[in-house]
Ligand binder design. Structure first.
Ligand code: MSP
Length: 572
């Protein structure tokens, strides 16, 4: 089982690049996992995103807009859904914390923690950050001059009678879980940060707020105490479990056994996910997540994005990029150039265009159309033979004949001994992509398809099929050699396209339509399932390989080369 989640986003924000990015990473992970599983995917993979609706700031901004919290949340949750459709996300569910299915289960978890003594009543005084809805420690408050470390807004000293979660009981357990890798905190640098803080000792955390006038029916009340409301963070975290805590989905969060549970987010909310949530789960008698992945932040043209600068890359600007460069172009740029590691990443237009051209227009796009063109021109659009038998590569006869043709044309290569072994490269690429997914290293997984494309390009420059094509009459079996070479290129690109698919599902489906590949149930619907697991689909010379007699239509250019000098798109 593979279960991947995103943070649930505050409904009072407009969907922007940050929300889209984390959700894209989860989408890429889910699509990889489904590709690996094949026909069993819908049974074995689950991808969840959604909205976090019970925050105080939602109530406040609803008031400012003269709306009820419910109506405001409905409106904005719909914006998130729409944005995620625009981005082509394949989430299996979209949870809203205002839904009954979430609220009732979240309340039951709290009750269970009260019963077990893991939640208790006590007094609390501390520095509260209203802009982030969280208490922060005295040290952090001082360090930041009593302003929010995130938004810079003033902190408030608050004293409350509160319910507390006994996080302090679980420090040793948690430390061992993270140190042994039972819970992987990724990337590595984040793990050290989290462990460092855990070693300083864990304190009880407040898990309730006093109910304020006017917001009685927004949120979840503390079971047995209607004066208190469950703190929004505690409630929000539980969405990951409430949504799958049903008969038909419980397999994604089993007590033990085979399930990889991955939480994706940015570094801002790592503490909640790597510390508070696993301990809550442990106290509930549930297993902790397998991995908590905290990426960095997107900044824009070298500057932090903020409300005051008004420079957020909102969904409308992404739409303008999609319109000009295609959805897959935008997904590829975000997924491969984003702040996947510990560092922040800059969304710079120039960099977008360079990446788009290098990886897509001049990369797989060009390679696919070159190979398609040659098959059209030299083989009448039909693969006439495969590369098995007499004309096997590497170092096979086909390559030898091509090199002889190069020699005759006076363009001989320097290193005639160089060998190409696509079968081996393809299976290594697939293996590496699978292992990268296991480490949540999605950019590394995506790089594998690119490496194969590069190898095809190298192979074409090396054996120069266009030279051979001009000299078919001069050498025995030259026509067969040409057909074999073009077959190898097409087959390697077919396998590469599988590895591009999790980020570029539409364009890869387009290749498969043009090349009459049928690994998808429905090539017109990139969300339809695969007919076999990746290992079989990607096997060189396997059941899903291109065959002799198969028609290869050239199709249109997958990615139009982008003009570096054109002004950046603007949001409508
Ligand atoms: N509601 C809480 C999360 C509860 S999860 C149980 C919350 N919501 S949020 O709307 O503020 O979303 C924060 C998340 O949005 C970050 O962790 C990250 O996934 C994404 N991003 C917001 N801004 C971002 C960037 N500038 N760059 C990359 N991702 C960022 O916190």
């Amino acid at each position: 089982m593979y279960y991947v989640t995103t943070p649930i986003y505050y409904v009072n924000d407009r969907p922007h690049i940050g929300h889209c990015y984390t959700t894209l990473l989860a989408d890429v992970a889910a699509r990889f996992a489904r590709l690996i599983e094949g026909p069993e995917a819908s049974e074995r993979v689950f991808f969840l995103t959604g909205t976090d609706e019970h925050a105080e700031k939602v109530v406040e901004s609803a008031k400012e807009h003269g709306m009820s919290a419910r109506a405001w949340a409905d409106r904005n949750a719909a914006e998130f859904r729409k944005a995620f459709e625009t981005m082509g996300f394949s989430n299996d569910d979209f949870v809203r914390t205002s839904e009954e299915r979430h609220k009732s289960r979240a309340a039951a978890y709290i009750q269970k923690l009260i019963d077990s003594g893991d939640i208790e009543l006590g007094d609390y005084e501390g520095w509260y950050d209203p802009s982030q809805e969280e208490y922060i420690t005295e040290t952090v408050a001082k360090e930041n001059d009593f302003k929010s470390p995130v938004t810079g807004k003033p902190l408030e000293k608050r004293t409350e009678q509160n319910y507390f979660f006994r996080l302090d009981k679980y420090g040793d357990w948690l430390k061992a879980q993270i140190e042994t890798g039972a819970i992987r905190v990724l990337p590595e640098q984040r793990k050290n940060e989290v462990l460092g803080r855990i070693r300083q000792g864990l304190q009880k955390v407040p898990v309730s707020r006093r109910v304020k006038e006017g917001d009685e029916d927004w949120g979840i009340l503390m079971p047995g105490d209607p004066e208190h409301r469950v703190y929004v963070w505690i409630e929000a975290l539980s969405n990951y479990l409430t949504t799958v805590d049903t008969e038909d989905r419980r397999r994604f969060w089993p007590a033990d056994g085979d399930a990889t549970i991955v939480h994706m987010m940015a570094k801002d909310i790592l503490w909640f996910h790597a510390v508070i949530w696993p301990c809550m789960l442990h106290a509930l008698g549930e297993r902790p997540p397998s991995a908590v992945y905290a990426h960095g932040y997107w900044i824009r043209e070298g500057r932090k994005m903020s409300k005051s600068l008004g420079n957020f890359i909102e969904i409308e600007l992404l739409e303008a990029y999609i319109e000009r460069y295609s959805l897959d172009g935008v997904r590829w740029y975000l997924a491969t150039q984003g702040p996947m590691g510990a560092n922040d990443a800059d969304f710079a237009h120039k960099h977008f265009v360079e990446t788009f051209n290098a990886d897509l227009a001049n990369g797989i796009g060009n390679s696919a159309s070159r190979v398609g063109n040659m098959i059209g021109k030299y083989l009448g659009g039909e693969l006439t033979r495969t590369c098995n038998g007499e004309f096997g590569l590497p170092g096979g006869k086909a390559l030898g004949i091509a090199l002889t043709a190069r020699e005759a044309a006076g363009t001989a290569v320097d290193d005639p001994e160089r060998s190409f072994d696509f079968a081996a490269s393809a299976s290594a690429a697939v293996e590496r992509a699978q292992s990268a997914l296991g480490r949540v290293a999605l950019h590394e997984a995506l790089a594998q398809g690119q490496a194969l494309v590069q190898e095809v390009d190298d192979f074409i420059s090396y054996c120069a099929p266009f030279t051979l094509a001009k000299r078919l009459d001069e050498f025995e079996h030259a026509d067969k050699a040409l057909a074999t070479i073009l077959y190898s290129c097409a087959e390697a690109l077919r396998i590469a396209s599988l590895l591009f698919f999790p980020a570029c599902q539409h364009k890869m489906s387009e290749i498969w339509r043009n090349w009459n590949c049928s690994a998808l149930n429905d090539p017109d619907d990139p969300d339809s399932g695969f007919k076999a697991p990746l290992e079989e689909l990607a096997r060189w010379g396997g059941d899903w390989s291109l065959r002799a007699g198969q028609r290869i239509e050239k199709g249109e250019a997958l990615f139009m080369r982008a003009d570096v000098n054109e002004d950046p798109p603007v949001a409508k």
